[in-house]
Ligand binder design. Structure first.
Ligand code: NAD
Length: 489
């Protein structure tokens, strides 16, 4: 498919089920990273718009409101309807996302389908969330209720904007909260298309509100807002720390953070090297390396190290870069100039560090933010490229001899989001899975995802979990009710 004609219908702030201009009248551009052209101008939200959105969400959450009066099963119907509408518009949403972030269309489409299934998963939870009756003496009844906590602030990044929107809306709406979302400034348009579908699905006004804009303005206003009781953030560690500070300085809002990573992938010497090379290749180069769980430290046993490096290089040199709407293209551009420059700077640091450049190491062409798949071998743990998140198509291949030692090396990081092992030895697979300090571990595959499987990080990769039943707890308070019973007359 070559650049399709994409009709952009929704470019404004969404409050109370209406698309409105920003109060300041300002707009900002969404840029196509393939050719640096403007896709569209979008209403730029700021504090005043966030205030209006939170006001709407607060009214929608009031006792007796239409939303609070729904049976839980009716919320499930709405979530299922939204999932069906996302499926109906999947091509359109994927087209817009690819225009905005340069991800190959086929992958954008797959991500949209994942989002629909996440909504279906959470639809199933709506009427299955309940408290307990506690054992006590005859003189009282003690029960707990699981209650929705209120207005939720949500901030998403650009690398998987639709899936991450579903990570956040699914559980929050299933339990009955209301939301104010600030999408990444690079991908507002695909987010707004899904937003429009929530109205079509029949969600009452004020339940879902979306304020596009920049991080330090609209994002900060969400993180500081006194009427937002929880914030769910996905993005960088740097901004995650700001979110926590804003919470402490405002109303101690609860905080869920999904942050960065420097994820290890261990390749044992008992594997089929061709297969292992392919898994490791996709684990780092998918989405141009812009994945939070990207396997950016590939640890390879010394016995197969040279063969592994040689075959990885061959594969990287074959990887096709180009128009993300071309179905034969595996890799699009980086999302924007800042992310491009940051990755190119790490490549420069890698070249100067003594690591061996095996492939890539430079941009492709002069227009668009394309970086050739880059491989460094002879990387050691102390090098900057082995310690810091690059968020680009740059594979670091490290050597190991001893299995226990490589587990220690894998854990020697401030991050703990993803980890993987490729082996045919069940003992090694299980030992690694148990010992690695990481929220997600993959064995003989990498980066697979299930709506029912909790996702999140150890250490500075985050706080809390999204997806699965765990995520529901983020949006619930437990209320204990103790009732004294009248003694018999
Ligand atoms: P970023 O932190 O710069 O931006 C993410 C979001 O935060 C955007 O919506 C942005 O506008 C907003 N933001 C920026 N400054 C803010 C502020 N001061 N207050 C409130 N909001 C603010 O992240 P990025 O560089 O665009 O995205 C890449 C990072 O996200 C990487 O570190 C990556 O690992 C991480 N990430 C993590 C996951 C995960 O699930 N753990 C998923 C995707 C991306």
């Amino acid at each position: 498919m070559a650049n399709p004609k994409v009709v952009i219908k929704y470019k404004k702030i969404f409050i109370n089920n209406e698309f409105v201009d920003s109060k300041s009248g300002k707009t900002f551009p969404s840029i196509n990273p393939v050719n640096e052209s403007v896709v569209a101008e979008i209403a730029e939200g700021d504090k005043a718009d966030v205030d209006a959105a939170v006001h709407a969400a607060k009214s929608a959450f009031e006792h007796g409101s239409e939303w609070r009066s729904l049976q839980p099963a009716q919320r499930a119907i709405l979530l299922n309807k939204l999932a069906d509408l996302i499926d109906r518009d999947a091509e359109q949403i994927a087209n817009i996302q690819t225009l905005e972030n340069g991800k190959p269309y086929v992958q954008s489409f797959g991500e949209v389908k994942i989002a629909a299934n996440i909504f279906r998963y959470y639809a199933g939870w709506c009427d299955k969330i309940y408290g307990e009756t506690l054992p006590t003496d005859d003189g009282q009844l003690v029960i707990t209720r699981k209650e929705p906590i209120g207005v939720i602030g949500q901030i998403t990044p650009w690398n998987a904007p639709i899936a991450l929107l579903a990570f956040k809306w699914g559980p929050a709406l299933a339990v009955g909260c209301t939301v104010v979302l600030k999408p990444a400034e690079q991908t507002p348009l695909c987010t707004l298309h899904v937003t429009a579908l929530t109205k079509e699905a029949g969600f009452p006004k004020g339940v879902i509100n979306v304020v596009p804009g920049y991080g330090p303005t609209a994002g900060a206003a969400v993180s500081e807002h006194p009427d937002i009781v929880r914030i769910a953030f996905t993005g960088s560690v740097e901004v995650g720390k700001k979110i926590m500070i804003a919470s402490g300085n405002s109303n101690l809002k609860r905080v869920t953070l999904e942050l960065g990573g420097k994820s290890p992938l261990v390749i044992c010497d008992d594997v089929n090297v061709d297969e292992a090379v392919k898994i490791a290749h996709e684990a780092i180069f998918a989405n141009s390396g812009q994945i939070c769980v990207a396997a950016s430290r590939t640890y390879v046993h010394s016995k197969i190290y040279d063969e592994f490096v040689k075959k990885s290089k061959e594969l990287a040199l074959k990887r096709k870069l180009g128009d993300p709407f071309d179905s034969t293209v595996a890799q699009g551009p980086q999302v924007d100039k800042e992310i491009f420059d940051r990755a190119m700077n790490y490549i420069k640091i890698g070249k100067e560090s003594g690591a061996k450049l095996e492939a890539g190491g430079e941009r492709l062409g002069t227009v668009g933010y394309y970086i050739k798949p880059t491989i460094f071998s002879n990387v050691t743990d102390d090098m900057v490229i082995a310690r810091e998140e690059i968020f680009g198509p740059v594979q670091q291949i490290l050597k190991y001899d001893n299995f226990d030692d490589v587990i220690k090396r894998a854990n020697n990081t401030t991050y703990g989001l993803g980890a993987g092992i490729i082996t045919n030895d069940i003992n090694k697979a299980l030992k690694f899975s148990q010992a690695v300090e990481s929220g997600n571990v993959w064995v003989n595959q990498y980066a697979s995802l299930l709506p029912s499987a909790p996702f999140g990080g150890y250490k500075q990769s985050g706080i809390g979990r999204e997806l699965g039943a765990d995520a529901l707890e983020n949006y619930l308070e437990t209320k204990t009710i103790l009732i004294k019973l009248t003694p018999p007359a």
